[in-house]
Design a protein. Structure first.
Length: 395
């Protein structure tokens, strides 16, 4: 029912005590005043009696249920007041019962119900004033007709203030939720950034270390000289990875949120040739092919190219089962095409989707480009990225 909807919008418990307190106060005060007027013969009105006492109680005590049944309480208190007034009983605190109930209805039961209730109660008061005995002076009628709208206006102001407070609380809640969401998104983006930098800075070195250590173990007895060379390369790769890790930790300790990352710092001092040097060796021959007019890419695009090339060479070293890799840099008019290919049996099935490849895709997407990894039409596997020159991301 509609009344239940009103109840769900009612205020917290302290305000719900308003009805019972009003009922208790007006009811207890009304009875002594009523019987005090019974001994006063100068009023010229109907002498208070048991019926008057019942009507006073009917106009006040239902207020105890105001928070549960506001409309029925308003109807009962208004009817009791109407009967009490038309029977020419003297004024009593019961006259305030309908006003309290009306104020509650205006504040908590919606504007439409409030205006209709105000009109009905105002009309009832004017009619009751006209039905009373005695002279009906214009000032008295105007007073009776204005008191109810005035009470309703006060209640309306309270309603507006409550609505403003509710709106302010909702805005604060939404703002807090927005800030929490922004914080979570920033933290998530930062975690992805750190994971990508960790993989690019340390992961590739660890991959080379593991592969060369395994090869050294296999050649230790048959080719000890070659095994020693591989172990020396393992030591060098380990030291390089350690330096990269220290660089990463140093940047993160300074400013995690604002750092561009160690890969970007490394890209400023090491270009693609350095990446090739790290991966090249007796077991992997890398051919670098450059076409088009070379141009300055900028730090961000340098980082992206180096990371994509490193990821492609890492995949060749781990999965290609070949000793030949090719890196192509094709400088076009609006974009740079980076290709890392091998002549092995092709990509594993299903196509690898490790963290490194995901990080390479994220880097390409961040600069407005795209990256794909799959079979090479000429045999083997192909990692291909198209990176536009113009767009520069925040990282």
């Amino acid at each position: 029912m509609a009344t239940k909807g009103w109840i769900r919008r009612f205020p917290p418990p302290p305000l719900r005590l308003l009805g019972p307190l009003a009922a208790l106060t007006l009811g207890l005060v009304g009875q002594p005043m009523l019987w005090q007027q019974a001994s006063d013969q100068a009023t010229g009105l109907h002498a208070p009696d048991a019926l008057g006492a019942v009507l006073v109680l009917a106009a006040t005590w239902p207020l105890a249920l105001l928070s549960r049944r506001p409309i029925p309480v308003l109807a009962v208190t208004s009817a009791a007041f109407f009967a009490y007034s038309t029977l020419d009983y003297p004024a009593s605190p019961g006259d305030f019962g309908p006003l309290v109930a009306l104020g509650w209805v205006v504040v908590f039961c919606g504007p439409g119900v409030g205006w209709v209730s105000t009109g009905l109660v105002s009309g009832a008061m004017v009619v009751a004033a006209l039905l009373r005995r005695g002279d009906h002076q214009l000032a008295t009628l105007l007073g009776d007709s204005v008191v109810v709208p005035a009470a309703a206006l006060v209640a309306l102001l309270v309603r507006v203030r409550r609505a403003q407070d509710d709106l302010g609380r909702r805005e604060q809640a939404l703002e807090s939720e927005r800030l929490n969401l922004a914080t979570q998104q920033a933290a998530s983006a930062e975690r992805l950034h750190i994971a990508r930098e960790l993989h690019d800075a340390v992961g590739h070195g660890l991959t080379l270390t593991a592969l060369r250590a395994e090869a050294a173990c296999l050649l230790l007895d048959s080719e000890p000289g070659r095994a020693r060379q591989l172990l020396a390369e393992v030591a060098q790769t380990g030291r390089s990875a350690q330096l990269e890790l220290h660089s990463l930790v140093a940047v993160l300790r300074e400013d995690v949120a604002g750092a561009d990352g160690p890969a970007e710092v490394a890209a400023c001092r090491e270009e693609v040739q350095e990446v090739l040097r790290r991966f090249a060796g007796p077991d992997l021959d890398i051919d670098l092919q450059v076409s088009g007019a070379s141009r300055v890419l900028g730090d961000v695009l340098d980082v992206t190219v180096a990371a994509i090339v490193a990821e492609g060479l890492s995949n060749i070293a781990r999965h290609a089962q070949t000793a030949q890799g090719t890196v192509r840099l094709c400088f076009g008019e609006t974009s740079l095409v980076v290709e890392v290919a091998d002549d092995g049996p092709g990509p594993p099935e299903p196509i690898a989707t490790g963290f490194g490849l995901k990080g390479a895709v994220e880097r390409a997407t961040a600069v407005g480009g795209e990256l794909a990894f799959g079979p090479n039409p000429g045999g083997g596997a192909l990692l291909r990225a198209v990176l536009p020159y113009a767009r520069t991301p925040p990282r």
